[in-house]
Write a protein that binds this ligand. Sequence first.
Ligand SMILES: CC(C)(COP(=O)(O)OP(=O)(O)OC[C@H]1O[C@@H](n2cnc3c(N)ncnc32)[C@H](O)[C@@H]1OP(=O)(O)O)[C@@H](O)C(=O)NCCC(=O)NCCS
Length: 188
Amino acid sequence: MTQDAVTIRLLHGEPAEMRDLQRVLEEAPMYANRITGVPPGPADAQSTYTALPEGKSYDDKFVFGIYFAGEMVGCADLIRGYPDFATALLGLLLVSEKRQRQGIGYNAYALIEQFIRDWCTCDRVRIGVVRTNEAVRTFWTHLGFDPTGEVKPYRYGSVVSETVVLEKRLSNKPLHPILGCGDVRPPR
Ligand SMILES: CC(C)(COP(=O)(O)OP(=O)(O)OC[C@H]1O[C@@H](n2cnc3c(N)ncnc32)[C@H](O)[C@@H]1OP(=O)(O)O)[C@@H](O)C(=O)NCCC(=O)NCCS
């Protein structure tokens, strides 16, 4: 890793951002192959930007570009309060293949975790790892994620597998008790 810092930036769907997002997804073909059985497709940026779990609104969806040395080198998709109020779902964290294993994913995750902590509403982060992409489990283990025991069937095109659900509790730093923050309560 050089002196340059990894940064994350929320994307707003601007055409230039969407082009970068599409490029970054296309620069990770191994991931696409593992979870869809085919190389990245031309609409992947659009679907990453718009995909939403059932019952959630775009107020709770955050798509980030991950930047290094002035260039988008990865992306992340985060849902606040899913599947429950106290959980943040990290739907995707992806680094361009030519930039992998340089500490970018680790640093980007740290920034995303801080973003989650700043909500003061979520005390855990959840991810799903498809078994065909099992190689990345080590990455999540290093970050403090543990299996929840939940395993769900996964099917996408020709890929028939399972999703292993991992979770990280953010309890090592209690939710900040500052005024306004401690007042947040789940919706009734
Ligand atoms: C998973 C991913 C985001 C990790 O990002 P990264 O920038 O390559 O990871 P880092 O360089 O920060 O890795 C930190 C540590 O995690 C572990 N790790 C990262 N990728 C790993 C891999 N593919 N296999 C085994 N260990 C891995 C290593 O211990 C690594 O430290 P080391 O290189 O000093 O040994 C990246 O590999 C990626 O984008 N993969 C494709 C998309 C994907 O699978 N996302 C996760 C969906 S669940």
